[in-house]
Design a protein around this ligand. Structure first.
Ligand code: F3S
Length: 101
């Protein structure tokens, strides 16, 4: 099963995940990133790279959170490829603290 970016990326957008992805499967808008599930090869390298644990393997999500697969697929198809590290959002430090990381 593919990996997905979940709610913790919102207002953070650290983009550390992008730097370790071997297949460039990350897309993004002004708020957060998304993984293209057709491009993801399930290597798992991005999971520990995210400072706010925003990325999960689909099989690890409970049923109520499996909506993230279609959200990632739909938004990845509609947003540009992100291929390098970018500055986090101005809200990232505060959001990270709120999330307990
Ligand atoms: Fe988002 Fe974490 Fe990547 S905050 S952009 S999933 S490093």
């Amino acid at each position: 099963m593919p990996h997905v970016v979940t709610e913790n990326c919102i207002s953070c957008r650290f983009t550390d995940c992008v730097t370790v992805c071997p297949v460039s499967c990350f897309h993004g808008d002004e708020e957060r990133l998304y993984i293209d599930p057709d491009a993801c090869v399930d290597c798992g390298a991005c999971v520990p790279a995210c400072p706010v644990s925003a990325i999960a393997e689909m099989g690890d999500l409970d049923d109520g959170r499996k909506i993230w697969l279609s959200i990632n697929a739909n938004r990845a198809a509609a947003t540009p490829l992100i291929t390098g590290k970018q500055n986090p959002l101005p809200s990232a430090a505060e959001r990270r603290a709120q999330l307990g990381f």
